[in-house]
Ligand binder design. Structure first.
Ligand code: TMP
Length: 256
């Protein structure tokens, strides 16, 4: 079926060797997992939507000067990206209490946090991605202090931009997870945004109804995940609005 060399397969994506050195093809699968893959389901249409939503967000972030690995979307499920050395840290930015911070600190879901809070998690499935501090990150040399500073500065810019972007379409950006990579260009190394930003990796609540438009629909067995992701895509202007939500998958409209 596919004779390209598979470089890496994760829970929701596959990376293939790209057409030129230094490039990769990032393929979005329909698989949804939660609780470190203890819960798994294939949700038809999710990969296509995440490909489009992540393309849109990375492009807009690139427009405001956030360096990213994204080059271009290739087809419904795939995008061409620059090959980076992934920093093994998940950076979570939170604006409103939900998920693990509510449990850990005994906060009520929906409580506005005193300010945006950045957390770091060490990417290690066998350990369930434990939360770590800057001390752990530098002591174990997962990233340098300079890289941590760059990741935090970029994370806050991304948060400010996306908070406004989503607010404009009636959606509250509760929290999100991002990953960064090291991009080598000749003798220079830059920290760039990598992986994806999609409703799989964000919490997005409708401002009026407080409906969840993200992967919590799957984590909490609420149903309607594809419809929720379609709603996000539609409000971002990615999907054709006149099309009914529940037929044969999303129809793409040209963004150019
Ligand atoms: P949490 O509340 O479960 O710590 O999640 C915080 C945010 O990070 C939320 O938007 C979901 C996202 N996230 C991921 O993208 N991948 C993960 O493995 C986890 C645990 C959370």
């Amino acid at each position: 079926m596919n004779r390209r060399r598979r470089i890496y397969e994760g829970k929701a994506k596959i990376l293939y060797e790209g057409p030129e050195p230094g490039t990769l093809v990032q393929h979005f699968k329909d698989d949804a997992t939660a609780f470190n893959a203890k819960k798994h389901e294939v949700i038809e249409g999710k990969g296509v939507l995440n490909n489009r939503i992540s393309e849109y967000l990375f492009t807009r972030l690139g427009d405001i000067g956030v360096p990213t690995h994204f080059i271009k979307r290739l087809n419904m499920r795939e995008q061409l990206i620059r090959e980076v050395d992934i920093i093994p840290i998940e950076v979570v930015v939170r604006n409103i209490a939900a998920g693990s911070i509510s449990k850990r600190l005994g906060l009520e879901d929906g409580t506005a946090l005193p300010r945006s809070i950045i957390e770091f998690y060490y990417k290690a499935d066998e350990l369930n991605d434990p939360m770590v501090s800057e001390e752990h990150i530098t002591a174990f040399a997962w990233a340098t202090p300079q890289e941590i500073d760059e990741m935090m500065a970029l994370a806050l810019r991304i948060n400010d931009f996306m908070t406004g972007l989503f607010y404009g379409i009636g959606i509250r950006l509760v929290d999100f997870k991002i990953e960064f990579g090291r991009l080598y260009e000749n003798d220079l190394m830059r920290v760039v945004l990598a992986d994806e930003i999609s409703p799989d990796s964000c919490r997005l609540w409708d401002i009026e109804t407080e409906n969840k438009l993200d992967k919590d629909r799957f984590r909490q067995d609420l149903g309607g995940l594809v419809e929720a992701y379609q709603e996000v895509a539609k409000r971002l202007g990615i999907l054709n609005e006149s099309r009914p939500a529940s037929t044969d998958g999303p129809r793409l409209v040209s963004s150019t």
